[in-house]
Design a protein around this ligand. Structure first.
Ligand SMILES: Nc1ncnc2c1ncn2[C@@H]1O[C@H](COP(=O)(O)OP(=O)(O)OP(=O)(O)O)[C@@H](O)[C@H]1O
Ligand SMILES: [Mg+2]
Length: 324
């Protein structure tokens, strides 16, 4: 197996009127060919900024430091247009809201064949044949008539399938899916996630799946990075994370997942309190004021990322079950 992506000490901050906002802090992750990583955490924890910064999709107000190696090439040093050359064939992205990612005034067929003619140099005729195959593959009924439709004529689930077809059309080594199903209703969510998982295996793509729902990543990823206030606070193979959870924050996230047997209308426990202000650098553990197990030490000193063995890392002075 070869390493597809290696991120070392990645930090991202934004210049804002309120000062420097630290969105991602010293994050390191690595993915092998075909491997999938779930990135979870509450809103504002830095999941989107992390994945967009790897793809070179940050606004000009952002400053990024750290090293990103993609397929053996250090891409963090490359100019933006060279990183863009990787889009489609190297890395592709499925966004949360396909309506904003698709062009509303162009037919589905044109949008799908464009990536094939531009990125892969296919002829228009071949691209059309391939586009229909792709639509079949993402289980769009009657693909030929779908080619002539506009995005607004489709349901949210169908639009997301189209986005997925476009994303995998050039067989990228790596797929980013940022909350790909949040805008969809629950039954469609499950189908779309299943489709993404199937295609990942079929094309042997590495994948980063971003979500705020720990339950979603459980069945679809090989390992998990839990983010809190810009830090990766727990990083482990999926099975290890669920059998040997170390972080009080991860535990709190897990408790906030709706379960199938939960009657609708039941209020879920939410994590009390809020994320710290990302423009301030308070001492101590950023989760301290919300943590059920907080001590004086937690308020005074930020815990380092600790290697707990079995590929399991965590940032806590008093991990659940004790340190190794
Ligand atoms: N363009 C920007 N300019 C300034 N701050 C930004 C910008 N984009 C993101 N941020 C800030 O960076 C932090 C991380 O944001 P990010 O969008 O990565 O969170 P997230 O984990 O993806 O949240 P969500 O679950 O809501 O999508 C937040 O404090 C956010 O306000
Ligand atoms: Mg996000």
């Amino acid at each position: 197996m070869s390493t597809v992506i290696k991120v070392e000490g990645l930090s991202v901050s934004f210049a804002t009127p309120r000062g420097e906002l630290k969105a991602v802090r010293d994050v390191s992750i690595e993915l092998q060919e075909g491997e999938s990583l779930g990135v979870v955490g509450e809103s504002g924890s830095g999941k989107t900024v992390l994945s967009r910064s790897i793809m070179g999709l940050l606004p000009s107000t952002a400053t990024r430091t750290g090293k990103i190696t993609f397929q053996g090439e250090v891409i963090s040093e490359l100019p933006k247009d060279k990183v863009r050359d990787l889009w489609g064939t190297g890395m592709a992205m499925v966004f949360q809201d396909p309506m904003t990612a698709l062009n509303p005034v162009r037919r589905i067929g044109d949008q799908l064949t464009e990536s094939l003619t531009v990125r892969l140099g296919m002829s228009k005729k071949d691209a059309k044949v391939r586009a229909i195959e792709l639509l079949e593959r993402v289980r769009i009924p009657d693909p030929k008539s779908m080619m002539r439709k506009f995005p607004y004529q489709l349901s949210g689930g169908m639009r997301q399938r189209i986005m997925i077809a476009i994303a995998v059309s050039c067989k990228p080594e790596m797929l980013f899916a940022d909350e790909p199903t949040t805008a969809l209703d629950v039954t469609v969510q499950a189908q779309v996630l299943e489709l993404i998982s199937e295609l990942r295996k079929e094309f042997n793509m590495a994948m980063i799946l971003v979500t705020h729902d720990l339950g979603v990543v459980a069945g679809h990823t090989d390992k998990i990075a839990v983010m809190y206030a810009g830090d990766v606070v727990e990083y482990a193979p999926t099975r290890e994370l669920f059998s040997n959870m170390k972080m009080p924050y991860t535990e709190a996230l897990l408790k906030s997942i709706p379960r199938l047997e939960t009657p609708t209308g039941t209020r879920l426990p939410v994590i009390e309190g809020r994320l710290p202000d990302p423009t301030k650098n308070e001492p101590g553990c950023p989760f301290a004021n919300r943590c059920a197990y907080v001590t004086d030490k937690c308020r005074a000193e930020k815990p380092p990322l600790t290697d707990g063995g079995n590929g399991h890392f965590y940032r806590c002075w008093f991990p659940i079950g004790g340190a190794k």
